[in-house]
Design a protein around this ligand. Structure first.
Ligand SMILES: C[S@@+](CC[C@H](N)C(=O)[O-])C[C@H]1O[C@@H](n2cnc3c(N)ncnc32)[C@H](O)[C@@H]1O
Length: 238
């Protein structure tokens, strides 16, 4: 357990570089560590947007485009933009679009400086992204800026397990098993240590809800899965 998280000033380039390195096996890794359950959670995220078929959606930190491609099916007459700063992850996401024949509009950029005009988006989704940005408040402010009044943000991320004994099991799995599974795919890759360690300073479900409310969202609903180890925040712009 000698892993050291990068300094905040280096976090952005570290995260970008590491996701480039693991992009080609990221989906397999996700399936392995969640036993495929991330697929169900992502479907839940899309349902929670409540977006109409002609809606405008933005998937932030889109990675390999898992959520963005699901959003496409929810807005057959609308539009989906998907943004990430990792070229490697975007490359995999675009290939997926070529395979299915339909694709979101992919943008390479930083989730805390969105290249999108204000009040254009009905629903913003973000899967395992808020934990990775260097400035959570700046990211929430950007999301609020691009959302239309009444728009919704749906965030999926790791949460904190409340029951002490289950919290210990979850900690063992996340800190001991997950990095080893990752290193089976990419021997020596320290990104798989970053993932659990990045959750240490990430706010728990209640704190994140408070942060979202003080950022300016009017209502935040929280849904826990697997005893809270996975969590979804649904936040509404006034
Ligand atoms: C754990 S992956 C999640 C991918 C996908 N959303 C999913 O649910 O499977 C996190 C992604 O966020 C991206 N990311 C992290 N910080 C970012 C930032 N500040 N701006 C844009 N993308 C970022 C990474 O490049 C990576 O693709």
């Amino acid at each position: 357990m000698s892993y050291q998280l990068p300094e905040n000033s280096e976090k952005s380039s570290y995260v970008q570089q590491k996701f480039n390195e693991i992009a080609s096996k990221y989906d397999l890794f996700n399936d392995l560590i969640t036993f495929g359950m991330h697929r169900y959670w992502k479907r839940f995220v899309v349902r929670q947007t409540g977006v109409s078929p002609d809606g405008m959606c933005l998937d932030l930190c889109c990675g390999t485009g898992d959520i963005a491609h699901r959003l496409l099916r929810a807005v057959p007459q609308g539009r989906v933009c998907a943004l990430d700063f990792s070229q490697g992850m975007l490359h995999v996401a675009k290939q997926r679009g070529m395979a299915t024949g339909e694709s979101p509009v992919f943008l390479q950029g930083d989730a805390i400086r969105l290249p999108i005009p204000s009040e254009r988006i009905d629903a913003v989704t973000i899967g395992y992204g808020l934990r990775n940005v260097t400035d959570l408040s700046a990211c929430l402010a950007e999301i609020l800026r691009v959302l239309k009044p009444g728009g919704v943000l749906v965030s999926l991320d790791v949460g904190k397990v409340r029951l002490p004994v289950l919290a210990e099991i979850s900690r063992y799995y996340f800190f001991y098993v997950v990095p080893r599974l990752g290193k089976l795919l990419y021997p020596g890759q320290d990104m798989f240590d970053y993932l659990p360690h990045s959750s240490i300073n990430y706010p728990n479900q209640e704190s994140l809800k408070r942060i979202m409310l003080s950022a300016g969202f009017k209502q935040v609903d929280v849904f826990d899965f697997l005893f809270g180890s996975s969590t979804v925040h649904v936040a509404y712009k006034p």
